[in-house]
Ligand binder design. Structure first.
Ligand SMILES: *Cc1c(COP(=O)(O)O)cnc(C)c1O
Length: 450
């Protein structure tokens, strides 16, 4: 038996993979990866795959990046971990200082977690406790948008608005207020992103006007609802939201887990609207795809409500065993150094323009393209059954999944969200690699559509 086959059998014997129906794996066996370099992954048979989704949106500077490898190796030789209560270390301090220096204005204190969901849990708990401690005890509810995605733990799942992930758990979830969010592709006001006046904000406005006394925070994914299908919305929406939150003493939580660190063309997606949230969550790109680490960053206003003598019981007693892990922090510091020293944001502006032009060219004669949308280093094509009515394919056909399987065979790791084929490559992708990625994507879509 081949080594690949051997590994695959053992994998299926012991492992339960994320976000998967394991029965699918019996006909589409797990691909066992041996190494990575730049935008490519290589399996144990030597076959290469271009990682068009940055391994679930985490990788920024390619696989096995030399600078980050060195930072990790050097840190491992000094200190792998230390308890983070009362103790501290240089990588955490350096990371906190760097992140505060680049974060939207007003954000000033950092809490360390170890994944995006935990960053969101921390944000929700912080906001709730903040309002309890300043005497607004009726403020106990969260507002989140339709189509929102904030992670998979019970609190994070509660604010999520994608049925696929949370429907079965409804009896367990928090009672979240959920106004209709933006839907620019199928805009009910007949607008597009260029002439948008954020009329859809009326749903949020009405909700808040009616229920503000109970609302502790509004959580959003700024600029792009990624898991919902790379749904991009307008800057105006964010500006109006910031104003509304100020007016009614509601915390604005920006979940930048997917969109932070340059993915949308700005360091943080909030920067597009020049707004500062009260609490911001980051993870994914924070360690350039190396290690699980997250930060929940907040203003002094939030922090100060917890600051008192111990016996007042105002402290935030949330902790994780791996809080502030030095390896993760060292890698994150190196990531931020690369941004600064290699002018990544500026270079990405040029690269994302190229990506946009090339995708537009590639889809010109593909039938079933409902919309192409792009922001920064995210490009997405929504495939539809009917281009005129924008009616989508029946989800049971699993159009995206079929295209995914074809593309992987041809050497590109796409992983569509439903009927949305998207490109979210590592920032190090070059011209030639973009062409290859798009050529295979095109061939795969056309092969599927037959
Ligand atoms: C991925 C994601 C999360 C959850 O992060 P995990 O590290 O997977 O727990 C939260 N919010 C957004 C916007 C995400 O894209």
């Amino acid at each position: 038996m081949s080594r690949m086959r051997d590994f695959q059998e053992k994998d299926l014997k012991y492992i339960w993979h994320p976000c998967s129906q394991m029965k699918d794996y019996e006909t589409f066996l797990p691909i066992v990866i041996k190494r990575g370099e730049g935008v490519f992954l290589e399996d144990i048979n030597g076959k290469k795959y271009l990682d068009a989704v940055s391994s679930w949106w985490v990788n920024l500077f390619g696989h096995s990046n030399q600078r980050i490898n060195d930072a990790l190796y050097n840190q491992a030789n000094k200190l792998e971990h230390v308890i983070f209560s009362n103790f501290s270390h240089e990588p955490a301090i350096a990371l906190a200082e760097r992140i505060i220096n680049i974060a939207p204005k007003g954000l000033s204190k950092v809490i360390f977690g170890d994944n995006g969901s935990s960053a969101v849990e921390i944000a929700l708990k912080l906001s709730f406790q903040y309002h309890q401690q300043i005497g607004k005890i009726k403020k106990t509810k969260f507002v989140a948008l339709t189509g929102a995605y904030h992670g998979e733990t019970i609190g994070a799942l509660s604010v999520g608005g994608v049925d696929l992930y949370n429907k079965i758990y409804k009896p367990l979830l928090l009672d979240v207020i959920r106004p209709q969010g933006p839907d620019c592709f199928r805009c009910p006001y007949g607008r597009n992103r260029n002439n948008c006046n954020a009329e859809c904000f009326e749903h949020m406005e009405k909700t808040v006007e009616e229920q503000h006394e109970e609302i502790t925070a509004i959580i959003i994914e700024p600029m792009v609802q990624a898991a919902a299908g790379m749904k991009i919305y307008a800057v105006k929406y964010l500006k109006k939201l910031r104003k509304l939150c100020d007016e009614y003493n509601i915390n604005l939580i920006a979940d930048e887990v997917a969109v932070g660190f340059g993915r949308t063309g700005e360091m943080f997606a909030c920067n597009h609207a020049s707004i500062s949230p009260d609490i911001m969550c980051v993870s994914k790109g924070l360690t350039a795809g190396y290690l699980p680490l997250s930060l929940t960053i907040m203003t002094d206003k939030i922090y100060d409500a917890f600051y008192d003598e111990y016996h007042t019981m105002k402290a935030f007693l949330h902790s994780h065993s791996y809080s502030g892990n030095p390896l993760g922090c060292a890698v994150a510091v190196e990531t931020l150094k690369i941004f600064e020293e290699e002018n990544i944001i500026k270079k990405n502006k040029i690269k994302s323009k190229l990506l946009k032009e090339k995708i537009e060219e590639m889809i010109e004669d593909i039938p079933c393209v409902g919309e192409f949308r792009q922001i920064g280093m995210i490009g997405a094509i929504e495939l539809v059954k009917d281009q005129r009515t924008k009616e989508g394919f029946d989800w049971r056909k699993r159009v995206g999944y079929q295209i995914y399987k074809i593309a992987v065979k041809k050497g590109v790791l796409l992983r569509p969200l439903g009927n949305i084929v998207y490109f979210m490559p590592p920032y190090v992708i070059n011209d030639h690699e973009i062409d290859f990625m798009l050529q295979i994507a095109r061939d795969s879509i056309l092969e599927y559509l037959g």
